[in-house]
Design a protein around this ligand. Sequence first.
Ligand SMILES: [Zn+2]
Length: 248
Amino acid sequence: MRLTVLGCAGSFPGPESACSAYLVEAEGFRLLIDFGSGSLSALQRYAGIGAVDAIMLTHLHCDHMLDACTYVVVRRYAPGGPLPPLPVYAPMGAAERISAAYSAENEPVDDVYTFYGLQPGTFPIGPFTVTADRVNHPIETYGVRVEHNGRVLAYSSDTAPCDALLRLAQGADLFLCEASYLDGVANPPDLHLTGGEAGEAATKADVGKLLLTHLVPAWGSEASTVEAASAAFVGPVEVVRPGSRYDL
Ligand SMILES: [Zn+2]
Protein backbone atom coordinates (compact mmCIF):
# COMPACT_ATOMS: atom_id res chain seq x y z
CA MET A 1 0.00 0.00 0.00
CA ARG A 2 1.29 3.43 -0.92
CA LEU A 3 0.12 6.77 0.48
CA THR A 4 0.76 9.94 -1.53
CA VAL A 5 -0.11 13.28 0.03
CA LEU A 6 -1.74 15.51 -2.59
CA GLY A 7 -2.75 18.28 -0.23
CA CYS A 8 -2.42 18.73 3.51
CA ALA A 9 -3.25 22.38 4.32
CA GLY A 10 -5.84 22.69 7.05
CA SER A 11 -9.04 24.68 6.56
CA PHE A 12 -7.84 26.68 3.54
CA PRO A 13 -5.12 26.26 0.92
CA GLY A 14 -1.69 27.52 1.85
CA PRO A 15 1.11 28.94 -0.28
CA GLU A 16 2.72 25.51 -0.53
CA SER A 17 -0.23 23.14 -0.41
CA ALA A 18 -3.77 22.41 -1.50
CA CYS A 19 -6.30 21.31 1.08
CA SER A 20 -6.70 17.71 2.25
CA ALA A 21 -6.40 14.93 -0.31
CA TYR A 22 -4.63 11.59 0.03
CA LEU A 23 -4.08 9.03 -2.69
CA VAL A 24 -3.92 5.45 -1.41
CA GLU A 25 -2.82 2.81 -3.91
CA ALA A 26 -2.43 -0.97 -3.94
CA GLU A 27 -2.58 -3.59 -6.68
CA GLY A 28 -3.09 -0.83 -9.26
CA PHE A 29 -6.23 0.45 -7.49
CA ARG A 30 -6.36 4.15 -6.61
CA LEU A 31 -8.50 5.32 -3.72
CA LEU A 32 -8.64 9.06 -3.19
CA ILE A 33 -9.47 9.99 0.39
CA ASP A 34 -10.78 13.55 0.56
CA PHE A 35 -10.66 15.94 -2.36
CA GLY A 36 -10.07 19.39 -0.89
CA SER A 37 -9.66 22.72 -2.65
CA GLY A 38 -6.79 22.75 -5.12
CA SER A 39 -5.93 19.06 -4.84
CA LEU A 40 -7.10 18.18 -8.36
CA SER A 41 -4.00 20.02 -9.52
CA ALA A 42 -1.72 17.82 -7.44
CA LEU A 43 -3.57 14.65 -8.44
CA GLN A 44 -2.34 15.12 -12.00
CA ARG A 45 1.27 14.89 -10.86
CA TYR A 46 0.81 11.41 -9.46
CA ALA A 47 -1.94 9.76 -11.51
CA GLY A 48 -3.66 10.09 -14.85
CA ILE A 49 -6.43 12.63 -14.43
CA GLY A 50 -9.10 9.99 -14.95
CA ALA A 51 -7.25 7.18 -13.22
CA VAL A 52 -9.06 7.24 -9.89
CA ASP A 53 -11.02 4.11 -8.97
CA ALA A 54 -12.93 5.32 -5.91
CA ILE A 55 -13.30 8.41 -3.75
CA MET A 56 -14.00 8.66 -0.05
CA LEU A 57 -15.06 12.00 1.40
CA THR A 58 -14.69 11.93 5.16
CA HIS A 59 -16.99 14.91 5.61
CA LEU A 60 -18.56 17.70 3.65
CA HIS A 61 -16.54 20.70 4.80
CA CYS A 62 -15.28 22.43 1.67
CA ASP A 63 -11.61 21.98 2.47
CA HIS A 64 -12.19 18.21 2.21
CA MET A 65 -14.50 17.93 -0.80
CA LEU A 66 -14.75 20.95 -3.11
CA ASP A 67 -12.59 19.57 -5.91
CA ALA A 68 -15.11 16.75 -6.30
CA CYS A 69 -17.21 19.49 -7.96
CA THR A 70 -14.46 20.55 -10.36
CA TYR A 71 -13.79 16.89 -11.13
CA VAL A 72 -17.29 16.54 -12.62
CA VAL A 73 -16.02 18.40 -15.69
CA VAL A 74 -13.03 16.07 -16.00
CA ARG A 75 -15.15 12.94 -16.10
CA ARG A 76 -18.30 14.14 -17.84
CA TYR A 77 -16.66 16.01 -20.72
CA ALA A 78 -13.58 13.87 -21.40
CA PRO A 79 -12.66 14.19 -25.11
CA GLY A 80 -13.06 10.45 -25.70
CA GLY A 81 -16.48 10.37 -24.06
CA PRO A 82 -17.65 10.35 -20.45
CA LEU A 83 -15.60 8.31 -18.03
CA PRO A 84 -17.40 5.50 -16.15
CA PRO A 85 -19.34 6.48 -13.02
CA LEU A 86 -17.01 6.62 -10.05
CA PRO A 87 -17.93 5.22 -6.62
CA VAL A 88 -18.00 7.93 -3.97
CA TYR A 89 -18.23 6.92 -0.30
CA ALA A 90 -19.39 9.95 1.63
CA PRO A 91 -21.83 11.12 4.30
CA MET A 92 -25.46 11.32 3.23
CA GLY A 93 -26.14 14.55 1.36
CA ALA A 94 -22.91 14.48 -0.64
CA ALA A 95 -24.73 14.29 -3.98
CA GLU A 96 -26.81 17.36 -3.20
CA ARG A 97 -23.81 19.24 -1.80
CA ILE A 98 -21.69 18.57 -4.87
CA SER A 99 -24.45 19.36 -7.36
CA ALA A 100 -25.30 22.60 -5.54
CA ALA A 101 -21.67 23.70 -5.65
CA TYR A 102 -21.28 22.54 -9.25
CA SER A 103 -24.18 24.48 -10.74
CA ALA A 104 -26.69 27.10 -9.67
CA GLU A 105 -29.45 24.84 -11.03
CA ASN A 106 -28.46 21.94 -8.75
CA GLU A 107 -27.71 19.85 -11.82
CA PRO A 108 -27.50 16.18 -10.81
CA VAL A 109 -24.05 14.57 -10.89
CA ASP A 110 -25.15 10.95 -10.71
CA ASP A 111 -23.94 10.35 -14.26
CA VAL A 112 -20.43 11.01 -12.89
CA TYR A 113 -20.59 9.60 -9.39
CA THR A 114 -22.31 6.62 -7.77
CA PHE A 115 -22.82 7.57 -4.14
CA TYR A 116 -22.62 5.21 -1.19
CA GLY A 117 -23.67 6.66 2.17
CA LEU A 118 -20.99 6.19 4.81
CA GLN A 119 -21.93 4.57 8.09
CA PRO A 120 -19.76 3.24 10.87
CA GLY A 121 -18.50 -0.20 9.89
CA THR A 122 -16.00 -2.24 7.90
CA PHE A 123 -16.32 -2.82 4.17
CA PRO A 124 -14.14 -3.46 1.10
CA ILE A 125 -13.11 -0.81 -1.41
CA GLY A 126 -11.11 -2.46 -4.18
CA PRO A 127 -8.25 -4.39 -2.53
CA PHE A 128 -8.59 -2.46 0.75
CA THR A 129 -10.49 -3.29 3.90
CA VAL A 130 -11.82 0.02 5.15
CA THR A 131 -13.22 0.78 8.57
CA ALA A 132 -15.02 4.08 9.06
CA ASP A 133 -16.27 5.52 12.33
CA ARG A 134 -17.79 8.79 13.47
CA VAL A 135 -15.31 11.17 15.03
CA ASN A 136 -15.74 14.34 17.05
CA HIS A 137 -16.35 17.22 14.63
CA PRO A 138 -19.37 19.55 14.26
CA ILE A 139 -20.79 17.79 11.20
CA GLU A 140 -21.03 14.09 10.31
CA THR A 141 -17.36 13.13 9.94
CA TYR A 142 -15.62 9.78 9.57
CA GLY A 143 -12.14 8.77 10.59
CA VAL A 144 -10.77 5.94 8.48
CA ARG A 145 -8.67 2.81 8.90
CA VAL A 146 -7.36 1.29 5.66
CA GLU A 147 -5.87 -2.21 5.73
CA HIS A 148 -4.07 -4.11 3.00
CA ASN A 149 -1.84 -7.18 3.27
CA GLY A 150 -1.62 -6.83 7.03
CA ARG A 151 -0.51 -3.21 6.92
CA VAL A 152 -2.60 -0.42 8.39
CA LEU A 153 -3.01 3.24 7.58
CA ALA A 154 -5.26 5.28 9.89
CA TYR A 155 -6.52 8.76 9.08
CA SER A 156 -8.15 11.01 11.63
CA SER A 157 -10.00 13.29 9.21
CA ASP A 158 -11.00 16.34 11.30
CA THR A 159 -11.69 15.60 14.93
CA ALA A 160 -11.27 16.57 18.53
CA PRO A 161 -10.08 13.82 20.90
CA CYS A 162 -12.44 10.82 20.95
CA ASP A 163 -12.47 7.07 21.56
CA ALA A 164 -13.36 6.29 17.94
CA LEU A 165 -10.10 7.87 16.84
CA LEU A 166 -8.15 5.58 19.16
CA ARG A 167 -10.00 2.48 17.93
CA LEU A 168 -9.36 3.37 14.29
CA ALA A 169 -5.69 4.04 14.91
CA GLN A 170 -5.02 1.07 17.19
CA GLY A 171 -1.68 -0.45 16.22
CA ALA A 172 -1.58 1.34 12.85
CA ASP A 173 1.73 1.37 11.00
CA LEU A 174 1.06 4.94 9.88
CA PHE A 175 -1.25 7.32 11.71
CA LEU A 176 -2.09 10.33 9.58
CA CYS A 177 -3.51 12.69 12.15
CA GLU A 178 -4.70 16.25 12.03
CA ALA A 179 -3.03 18.84 14.27
CA SER A 180 -4.90 22.05 13.51
CA TYR A 181 -4.55 23.90 16.77
CA LEU A 182 -1.66 25.19 18.77
CA ASP A 183 -1.07 23.80 22.23
CA GLY A 184 -1.13 26.19 25.13
CA VAL A 185 -3.86 28.47 23.85
CA ALA A 186 -7.62 28.30 24.36
CA ASN A 187 -9.19 26.19 21.60
CA PRO A 188 -12.87 25.55 20.86
CA PRO A 189 -14.07 22.15 22.12
CA ASP A 190 -15.19 19.26 19.87
CA LEU A 191 -13.58 20.58 16.71
CA HIS A 192 -9.88 19.81 16.15
CA LEU A 193 -6.71 18.44 17.72
CA THR A 194 -3.51 20.12 18.82
CA GLY A 195 -0.11 18.63 18.13
CA GLY A 196 0.03 17.49 21.73
CA GLU A 197 -3.37 15.78 21.43
CA ALA A 198 -2.29 14.08 18.22
CA GLY A 199 0.78 12.79 20.07
CA GLU A 200 -1.35 11.57 22.97
CA ALA A 201 -3.64 9.71 20.59
CA ALA A 202 -0.63 8.15 18.86
CA THR A 203 0.66 6.91 22.22
CA LYS A 204 -2.69 5.54 23.37
CA ALA A 205 -3.24 3.78 20.04
CA ASP A 206 0.34 2.46 20.01
CA VAL A 207 0.99 3.42 16.39
CA GLY A 208 4.25 2.95 14.52
CA LYS A 209 4.66 6.43 13.09
CA LEU A 210 2.77 9.69 13.50
CA LEU A 211 2.24 11.81 10.40
CA LEU A 212 0.92 15.25 11.25
CA THR A 213 -1.37 16.92 8.76
CA HIS A 214 -4.02 19.65 8.45
CA LEU A 215 -1.78 22.26 10.08
CA VAL A 216 -3.47 25.56 9.32
CA PRO A 217 -1.42 27.87 7.08
CA ALA A 218 -0.63 31.32 8.44
CA TRP A 219 -2.28 30.64 11.81
CA GLY A 220 -0.18 27.74 13.02
CA SER A 221 3.39 27.01 13.98
CA GLU A 222 4.89 23.84 12.58
CA ALA A 223 7.81 23.89 14.99
CA SER A 224 5.69 24.18 18.10
CA THR A 225 3.18 21.60 16.79
CA VAL A 226 5.94 19.05 16.21
CA GLU A 227 7.49 19.84 19.57
CA ALA A 228 4.19 19.25 21.37
CA ALA A 229 3.48 16.04 19.45
CA SER A 230 6.97 14.69 20.09
CA ALA A 231 6.64 15.43 23.79
CA ALA A 232 3.56 13.18 23.90
CA PHE A 233 4.70 10.37 21.57
CA VAL A 234 8.13 8.73 21.68
CA GLY A 235 7.91 7.24 18.18
CA PRO A 236 8.77 8.99 14.92
CA VAL A 237 6.84 12.17 14.15
CA GLU A 238 6.77 13.87 10.79
CA VAL A 239 4.80 16.71 9.18
CA VAL A 240 3.58 15.63 5.76
CA ARG A 241 4.13 17.75 2.62
CA PRO A 242 2.45 17.76 -0.77
CA GLY A 243 4.14 14.92 -2.63
CA SER A 244 5.19 13.03 0.51
CA ARG A 245 5.03 9.31 -0.22
CA TYR A 246 4.94 6.41 2.19
CA ASP A 247 5.11 2.74 1.28
CA LEU A 248 3.75 0.36 3.86
ZN1 LIG B 1 -13.78 19.87 8.90
